[in-house]
Write a protein that binds this ligand. Structure first.
Ligand code: GL2
Length: 828
């Protein structure tokens, strides 16, 4: 690698890419970094030393990437996201540095098992679910594709809570992910920035004689950046993820401390540091908490300041900002960045409003990730004005001008104008962040075709009517590096042997597997891989959770956050119904396809019904699992604390992927894509990206069921009465009655009464309406599974036709349709 590209550039130290070279570096880190010798080193010492050694091997590329970027000032993407659900870092770093074999051998020579050290890594759970994991996939793809980009987010001290089960009930524990050290981050306290809050706005006469307004914050905090490497696969760029940590501007008040009031002395410090203390655990249904708005403003203010003052060269003409950056707003969480950039340009740089708005409007693009009305963030004016008074003024002015523009276009339609106002008047006066984002953004995108269509037709229909060209779709994707190459080495090897390894960066090449679906020998080997993956998860579940499963059963898997709209209850009703029929002799056990029903799901701690559903799944599971007659036939496996690490072993083992949300509610889903790429067949509704999965894989290779979105809308309009389904469907009635009878709660009928009565009386997401269709689809699954060869053929076709769901393709769509950036390889 050419390290010196200009005479004036000093060389960057490199590492010898050999077993001996690695071993030397590793021992050096252990001795000089950890301060221990090999004989006394703990597993954590060895893990930390190895992690640091591995990151050294990526350092040249990182420094080179940063240097080139500073030199070229190529247009970049700043991905603003309150969540980055990274998962473990080590494997990805080993892959990106091409060190896997070297490290394994080098460690083995020292008597160390790489796998033991891999297990020591605590994953950074800085996200709730799909939205956060998507951000992590996107930055992986951007680095691999050599696109200049930076991720900006929050370094939560506590990530998504650790879930445990006590008597089947969810109990949350703080996720102290930093406690054993965090070798992947690079703190830069010297680059801290100050962020203000509260206070008031004042008028003053500027030097040029013009009367201006400025914000006088009441208090402020420091944002300390922590940099993470984002290494692209195979010699790609090493981009940066910059996460902000809040610190107090003053450690504590010495005078108060001296007077003996210790708690009071550190109060301000505690208050400031609370901002980045913990990730809010609500997925898709945010609560309008003040601290959450503080978090949002904190990280976007830090990021904009960082970009303008640090990343851009000194004296950069901000009128040209859109040539240099696009801020991608990952959902509404970072939307306060819009008035913040306006404030910087107007108040701090002294620009005219129109000038600033013209530039600001070109710098943002907005991705919406939801269809649930309760997930569209709205901030009461009272709260926003108290915390960010100047921003509220700016939002009002943006809105005033926008409404004036609308009145010109729709002079006789005041109703429409009010509907489109950024400020809602009811039930309290509040700022609609999705509307603000839509007004400011160059493009607004949904995350799957159906979702983008529903955004245009329903959620943001007035805006789509006004700005038809602003709206677009980018279907989500997942990184094949983490979710195939690393998590499913057996399948990766088989695929590479068949079609070469180009698929890792060009997933469309998987289509080369298509003819092999008809090759009996390939199918046999494909099945062997699946079987080995089932054995692997069987071992993991036994060791991790003490759960016994049988690798010879069909693995039927539903892993995602617990939410009513995702309808875990639908799957549960199917299981209960099956159990009821077997135990009452309505069907013979020999006729039941042996299945392992696997669940993984966290419920937001304040979401009472979701937690009751978790309890019910566990209760049904323990009844079924302790029935000796069902041993090896029906098993329910619900490991606690589903996270990225568990996903990486569970998904490759799945035969059947459950994607059963009510049509029109799941924006996209990304788990559905991971299952497909790992050779599971989907049972699913016509929702989110399922629609595209089914179109690509073909109807015959997908188990479709349930109401379509228009049918749902029609049924709800007509008036939905869940009890009618209970009354007319005998199987459903028996299943619900069994739960209500206390059969799964030691005879106590009260325990699950709320779940049952919610389904019977409310059932917001129409589980009962789709029950029969779901059960029928499951019967088709059984039938198909019985033909092993044909099932494998379909599974191979799922892999072969899944290339579209690479996050590399998503990135290409964003680049072509929204960002208009260009790749810049590190050494170019
Ligand atoms: C989500 C959607 O619910 C999910 O369907 C989508 O795949 C992801 C990523 O686009 O975004 N929206 C959301 O708030 N969360 C999601 O997972 N948490």
């Amino acid at each position: 690698m050419a390290l010196v590209t200009a005479d004036t550039t000093p060389p960057i130290a490199t590492r010898e890419h050999t077993v001996d070279g690695f071993t030397r570096e590793f021992l050096r880190e252990l001795n000089f970094g950890q301060g221990v010798d090999l004989t006394r080193a703990s597993v954590n010492d060895k893990y930390l030393a190895m992690a640091r050694t591995v990151r050294h091997y990526l350092m040249t590329r990182w420094i080179e990437t940063l240097r080139r970027q500073a030199e070229l000032q190529a247009k970049s993407v700043a991905y603003l996201s309150a969540e980055f659900l990274l998962g473990r870092q080590l494997d990805n770093a080993l892959l990106a540095s091409d060190l896997q074999d070297i490290v394994r051998e080098g460690l083995a020579n020292l008597g160390i098992d790489l796998d033991e050290l891999r297990e020591a890594e605590v994953e950074p759970g800085l996200g709730n679910g799909g939205l956060g994991r998507l951000a992590a996939c996107f930055i992986d793809s951007l680095a691999t594709m050599n696109v200049p980009s930076i991720g900006y987010g929050i370094r939560y001290e506590y990530g998504i809570f650790q879930q445990t089960f006590v008597d089947g009930r969810q109990v949350e524990k703080p996720d102290d992910w930093l406690r054993l050290g965090s070798p992947w981050e690079f703190p830069h306290p010297e680059a801290a920035v100050t962020v203000g809050f509260g206070g008031h706005v004042e008028q003053y006469q500027a030097d040029d004689g013009v009367v201006r307004r400025r914000w006088v914050p009441g208090w402020s905090v420091l944002g300390v950046p922590y940099n993470y490497m984002v290494p692209g696969y195979a010699k790609g760029r090493v981009n940066t993820l910059r996460l902000w940590s809040a610190r107090a501007t003053h450690a504590f008040d010495l005078q108060i401390f001296n007077s003996g009031d210790y708690a009071e002395a550190v109060r301000a410090q505690t208050f400031a540091e609370n901002i980045s203390k913990v990730l809010y655990p609500e997925d898709s249904t945010p609560q309008g908490k003040e601290l959450r708005l503080q978090q949002q403003y904190f990280f976007v203010a830090c990021s904009i300041k960082d970009f303008v003052d640090q990343v851009l060269p000194e004296g950069y003409d901000l009128h040209r900002l859109p040539e240099r950056i696009v801020f991608q707003l990952n959902d509404t969480h970072p939307v306060i960045a819009v008035p913040e950039l306006m404030r910087v340009l107007v108040d701090e740089k002294g620009w005219e409003w129109d000038e600033a708005w013209a530039v600001t409007k070109q710098c943002f693009a907005y991705t919406c990730h939801t269809l649930l009305p309760e997930a569209l963030e709205v901030w009461p004016v009272e709260l926003l004005g108290r915390l960010l008074p100047r921003h509220l003024e700016i939002i009002y002015r943006i809105n005033d001008e926008f409404l004036a523009e609308l009145r010109e276009t729709y002079p006789n339609d005041e109703l429409r104008v009010r509907r489109m106002s950024i400020i809602a008047e009811y039930p309290v006066r509040a700022v609609r962040m999705a509307y603000l984002a839509t007004v400011a953004a160059t493009k607004v995108n949904g995350v799957a075709e159906l979702h983008s269509q529903l955004l245009r037709d329903k959620v943001l229909d007035d805006f789509a009517g006004y700005w038809p060209d602003k709206f677009t779709n980018v279907t989500n994707g997942v990184t094949p590096r983490r979710f195939v190459k690393l998590s499913n080495p057996g399948l990766s090897d088989l695929v590479t042997e068949a079609i070469g390894d180009g698929w890792v960066t060009d997933l469309d090449q998987l289509s080369g597997l298509e003819p092999l679906a008809d090759d009996a020998e390939f199918r046999r080997r494909f099945r062997e891989v699946k079987q080995a993956n089932k054995r692997r998860i069987t071992d993991v579940l036994a060791a991790r959770d003490g759960i016994e499963v049988h690798p010879d059963t069909m693995f039927d898997v539903m892993v995602k956050r617990l939410h009513e709209y995702k309808r875990q209850t639908l799957k549960l009703l199917h299981i209960v119904s099956l159990y009821e029929k077997v135990t009452t002799g309505k069907i013979r056990l020999e006729d039941v396809t042996p299945r392992t029903f696997a669940f993984g799901a966290k419920a937001a701690p304040g979401y009472v019904l979701a937690k009751q559903i978790i309890h019910l799944i566990n209760a049904v599971g323990s009844t079924i699992n302790s029935d000796p007659a069902l041993e090896g036939r029906l098993t329910v496996a619900f490991p606690a604390n589903y996270n990225v690490t568990l996903a990486e072993t569970l998904i490759p083992a799945a035969d059947l992927s459950e994607q059963i949300s009510l049509a029109g509610k799941e924006a996209s889903g990304t788990g559905n894509m991971k299952f497909m790429l790992n050779g599971a067949l989907t049972i699913g509704t016509d929702d989110g990206a399922n629609v595209e999965i089914r179109r690509l894989v073909g109807d015959e290779n997908f188990f479709l069921f349930g109401l379509t979105e228009p049918q749902v809308a029609e049924l709800v309009d007509r008036g939905y009465h869940p009890s009618a389904y209970y009354e007319t469907n005998e199987d459903l009635r028996h299943a619900l009655d069994l739960i209500a009878s206390g059969a799964f709660s030691g005879g106590d009928r009260a325990v699950f009464e709320p779940v049952v009565s919610n389904l019977l009386n409310e059932d917001r997401f129409l589980a009962l309406a789709d029950f029969q269709a779901y059960v029928d689809a499951q019967a088709r699954v059984d039938e198909a599974y019985a033909d092993t060869e044909d099932w494998t053929r379909r599974a191979v076709l799922n892999v072969a036709r899944g290339g579209f769901f690479s996050s590399d393709r998503s990135m290409r769509d964003y680049i072509d349709g929204i960002w208009h950036t260009h790749p810049v390889p590190p050494g170019s």
